[in-house]
Design a binder for this molecule. Structure first.
Ligand code: BGC
Length: 722
């Protein structure tokens, strides 16, 4: 019997048939109209845009490839990286904060919680796994990714994917080289084969290997071809070389320009509207610039993936998991685990942190009393139950006197009568985040002249049947428009923040600066004026409680920087947020500092604890297809704590970046030691052939470094011949 409905396809798979084969059979029985319907979003363009402008983004997932008379469920996409954007869900600390935990199992739990809430609100596909590398800290969407290093980003992205995919399909984005925001719709990134495969793609591949269901192409063009129409990337690399079996969607609205090119390149679904393909694909098929085989392959990939995930997607958790107590507790745990203590100097012979609960605190700064969750674009979560720094510190300390810092001298007088002062400074969605600003006017030509009336009718019926989402007060009072952030125009704090820090510190020698930001902030001009600094990110719905846990030592800080903090901008690679063309090479991040012999303000992988660690008997050995680092991590202080053992490799080739090749976060009780083992598969040391499009197996003299952060002077190293 041939398969002619999704129900029959499901039954065939349950009987043990291959999903791809069954999908092919189902597609073979579908009408041409149904097959074309599956190649773009189900919503009409103009009505869809109007819905979006009215808050629709937070009301309903975006649907595509849903064919009711075949029982085909299609996809229901919702972002995002720090929580479900539909509904009033739990907001977790931003991805970059979670990168600082260096803890894949914690990230998997976050993925599981986000996935659970997303599925409960009706989504089946999560746009949560953003893993573009932090090439430069000015990137507006830096907060949506995990950091600057491909191995570290890949491990955490794979963990998020595993967690999400217990409840929904995950989508990894933006493929590839999308690390600039303002110019994202127009910039061409030039990158050579070696830099692409050794630096910009390994983390995507790691996540593909972890079984991610879906890949979203990037807006930018790569080596002269738009990523949504880039056959080299979407077919040759992703499918032929990596064996990706899921489906590819475009980024939203301006993700492709040429219907036929995008389809033959291997992009399966244009998102989120009936826009470019709905206007041009039929004609392209008639003219033969694209074939029905291309159409069928795309639809097969979508249906095969839906069949593979059918068991997962069938289970829809109840609504009450959204914002549930368990997820709030996790948000608090992650907020604390993500805070990096950068500086903790002695004051009167004692490190300033941790504080005791009887401390009378002055809590200074406008951000102390602001729900500051980060980006106001596609990753924004409309959580209604958020606790600010002031909320958290007021509950945890005997006294917490607030001053908004608008008059630094007034703030200083409040601080002068307190036992210690906490000054909260940094950025908001106005300073960094997704950017919808002036775009290339030619993009307007992509819009259709009008919508199809029966599509509008169906869409409006859907809109009328969904629950409304409450608009948080902080969102209602924002400037109009989708988002303002964009790439940062400075890596330093605003001058008012710097004045405030200095003035308060001069009034209270026990001043702690709390920085809220999505990536590196240069602190050179003010850091010496205060004894303590913590990087607290956009800490999610329990930011205040998480911070209180760290300041009190209820949680011993164990976060480590997921990027390098430079002392000066000139140590970074070039960045031009208005560029039309830009070249990415292999040299950014901690390995650029190492090559150039530049000391950063704070190195990659660095963070303080309230205890001290040392590596004991650390060594390296080659064992079969792996190089293994072993030793013991000793906690030589008086508090239980956790540290991250990091293994770096220097390759035998001149002018090839060193690599982070493994890491392991370990909890160690005060005064005890625990053994560690970091296994580095030899294939992680392979290099890409510049011309051949292939990997060269590692061989020759490699130097391995077991360290607690990049360029750690107390690291142990050993050489291994491969
Ligand atoms: C962003 C994507 C996001 C999509 C849908 C786009 O503007 O670039 O990251 O997933 O919107 O929310």
């Amino acid at each position: 019997m041939t398969v002619s409905s999704f129900e029959e396809a499901r039954a065939a798979v349950n009987e043990g048939r291959e999903a791809a084969e069954v999908a092919r059979e189902l597609v073979g029985s579908m009408s041409p109209e149904d097959r074309l319907w599956c190649l773009d979003g189900d919503a009409p363009t103009w009505a869809g845009l109007a819905f979006l402008a009215g808050g629709g983004y937070h009301r309903a997932p975006f649907l595509a490839a849903k064919v009711d008379h075949l029982g085909l469920p299609g996809i229901a996409f919702s972002d995002g990286p720090r929580g479900a954007v539909v509904g009033n869900a739990t907001c977790f600390p931003v991805t970059m904060a979670r990168g600082a935990t260096w803890d894949a199992s914690l990230e998997e739990r976050v993925g599981c919680a986000i996935g659970r809430e997303l599925r409960a609100i009706g989504a089946t596909l999560a746009g949560s796994v953003c893993v573009n590398l932090l090439r430069h800290p000015a990137w507006g969407r830096a907060q949506e990714t995990y950091g600057e290093d491909p191995l570290h980003v890949g491990e955490l992205g794979a963990a998020l994917t595993r967690g999400l995919q217990r409840h929904v399909m995950a989508c990894v984005k933006h493929f590839a080289c999308n690390s600039m925001e303002n110019a994202r719709f127009s910039v061409d990134i030039e990158v050579d084969e070696v830099a692409l495969h050794e630096v910009y793609l390994p983390h995507f591949r790691r996540i593909v290997d972890a079984g991610v269901a879906c890949v979203m192409s990037a807006y930018n063009s790569l080596n002269g071809e738009w990523c949504g129409e880039n056959r080299d990337m979407l077919t040759r690399v992703l499918r032929d070389e990596w064996g990706f079996e899921g489906f590819v969607i475009s980024d939203w609205i301006f993700g492709l320009r040429d219907a036929a090119r995008s389809l033959s390149a291997g992009l399966d679904i244009e998102m989120p509207y009936r826009m470019v393909r709905a206007q041009h694909l039929s004609a392209a098929l008639e003219h033969g610039t694209v074939t029905w085989e291309d159409v069928d392959s795309a639809v097969e990939r979508v249906i095969a993936t839906l069949l593979r995930f059918d068991d997962v997607l069938t289970h829809r958790p109840a609504q009450d998991v959204v914002g549930c107590a368990e997820h709030r507790e996790l948000a608090r745990e992650v907020a604390a685990r993500a805070i990096v203590v950068l500086r903790n100097e002695l004051v009167e012979g004692q490190p300033l942190l941790p504080l005791t609960p009887d401390t009378r605190l002055a809590v200074i700064g406008r951000l102390a009393d602001t729900v500051n969750l980060g980006d106001g674009g596609s990753s924004d979560v409309w959580d209604l139950d958020c606790r600010t720094v002031l909320d958290g510190l007021s509950d945890a300390f005997a006294v917490a006197l607030h001053d908004d810092g608008s008059d630094p001298w007034k703030a200083a007088s409040v601080a002068s009568v307190a036992d210690a002062a906490v000054v909260v400074v940094g950025y908001t969605f106005l300073d960094e985040g997704e950017y919808i600003g002036a775009t290339d006017p030619s993009l307007g030509q992509l819009f259709p002249p009008g919508d199809e009336s029966e599509v509008v009718e169906r869409f409006e019926a859907m809109c009328n049947s969904i629950p409304s989402t409450e608009v948080p007060e902080r969102v209602a009072s924002r400037p109009a428009g989708f988002s303002v952030g964009g790439d940062r125009d400075t890596l330093r704090l605003h001058s008012q923040d710097v004045d405030l820090i200095r003035t308060v510190a001069s009034a209270n020698p026990r001043t702690i600066v709390v920085v809220q930001a999505g990536s590196a902030v240069i602190m050179t001009e003010w850091i010496a004026s205060v004894p303590a600094v913590v990087l607290a990110w956009y800490g999610g719905s329990r930011a205040g409680d998480g911070l209180a846990d760290i300041l009190l030592g209820a949680v011993n800080p164990s976060a480590r920087l997921p990027f390098t903090i430079p002392a000066e901008e000139s140590d970074l690679p070039p960045f031009d947020r208005d560029a039309a063309e830009f070249r990415y090479d292999r040299w950014h991040g901690w390995w650029r500092f190492a090559r150039n012999g530049r000391a950063p303000a704070f190195p990659f992988g660095f963070g303080l604890s309230y205890t001290d660690f040392t590596l004991v008997d650390a060594g390296i050995s080659a064992e079969g297809n792996a190089v293994v680092a072993r030793g013991r991590l000793a906690n030589v202080g008086v508090r239980d704590g956790a540290d991250v053992v990091q293994v770096y490799a220097e390759l035998p080739y001149p002018d090839t970046p060193a690599r982070l090749v493994g890491f392991n976060r370990l909890e160690v009780r005060a005064g005890e030691e625990v053994p560690f083992e970091v296994r580095v598969p030899v294939e992680r040391l392979a290099t890409r052939d510049a011309n051949g499009g292939a990997w060269r197996a590692a061989s020759g003299h490699h130097r391995f470094i077991i360290a607690r952060f990049a360029s750690d002077p107390d690291a142990c190293s050993a050489e291994v011949d491969l």
